[in-house]
Design a protein around this ligand. Structure first.
Ligand SMILES: *[C@@H]1O[C@H](CO)[C@@H](O)[C@H](O)[C@H]1NC(C)=O
Ligand SMILES: *[C@@H]1O[C@H](CO)[C@@H](O)[C@H](O)[C@H]1NC(C)=O
Length: 217
């Protein structure tokens, strides 16, 4: 299916009497389905404090569209820059409702490290957080980055290792310096790659991301 087309139809529908089957309505059907969402968020110095904060707002909007509870949707988070900021990470079972999770995401500090160790962060998510996921529950990872890790091959290898466990991986690239190659190295396939030019435009991709995260139906 062509998501640009769906988005275009939805845009038209929003301003007319048409009731097109927009992704935004589909989420209602999946928001209670058991799902583990592993967030991996770039907090390196190439992203400024205010950009990082806008990224967190987007992540709050994303998780808020799901029912956060021990039996429905659970969320883990890890940020990274020159290293993996494990002291700021939380696991799937740390928060058990929308309000607690939203507050925690809002409190994630910006550390602005001088490197972009995306591969190490994916490895942490995979080796430390994912083992605590519920068995037989769908698992998705969302990697939010400006798409320029120094160790491109490590990022690629760790993402591949993650996908081999059955994890569905989304890559969201923000900014004008994003490497499309890196995003495609990370993501499960091209429908899992999203790009926006500025952090404050992330909400533009929210419905399409939700649609895909719901299994594309
Ligand atoms: C990043 O590099 C700049 C310039 O070299 C330095 O002033 C700053 O303290 C570094 N930041 C971190 C978090 O290492
Ligand atoms: C980061 O924030 C600055 C200041 O608001 C803005 O000019 C810039 O476009 C932002 N960068 C991204 C990638 O969003």
């Amino acid at each position: 299916m062509n998501f640009a087309l769906i988005a275009a139809i939805c845009l038209v529908a929003a301003t007319s009497v048409l009731s097109a089957p927009c992704p935004s309505t589909e989420i209602q059907d999946c928001k209670d389905n058991p799902l583990e969402i592993a967030l991996v968020i770039d907090g390196s110095a190439s992203i400024w404090q205010n950009n990082f904060t806008e990224g967190l707002w987007f992540v709050q909007n994303l998780v808020n569209r799901f029912s956060i509870s021990p039996n429905a949707v659970r969320v883990s988070l890890v940020t990274y820059g020159d290293r993996v900021y494990t002291e700021d990470a939380f696991d799937f079972d740390t928060y058990s409702d929308n309000a607690g999770l939203k507050a925690a995401i809002g409190n994630v500090p910006y550390r602005g490290g001088n490197r972009t160790e995306t591969g190490a962060a994916i490895a942490y998510m995979l080796d430390t957080q994912l083992p605590k996921a519920r068995p037989n529950v769908r698992k998705v990872a969302v990697v939010l980055t400006d798409g320029n890790s120094q160790k491109e091959q490590v990022t690629k290898n760790e993402a591949l290792r993650a996908r081999k466990t059955g994890l569905e991986v989304f890559a969201i690239g923000v900014g004008k310096d994003i490497s499309d190659q890196e995003l495609h190295n990370i993501a499960s396939d091209s429908t899992h790659v999203f790009t926006v030019i500025r952090y404050n435009l992330l909400d533009d991709i929210l419905n399409r991301l939700l649609f895909e995260a719901c299994g594309g139906k």
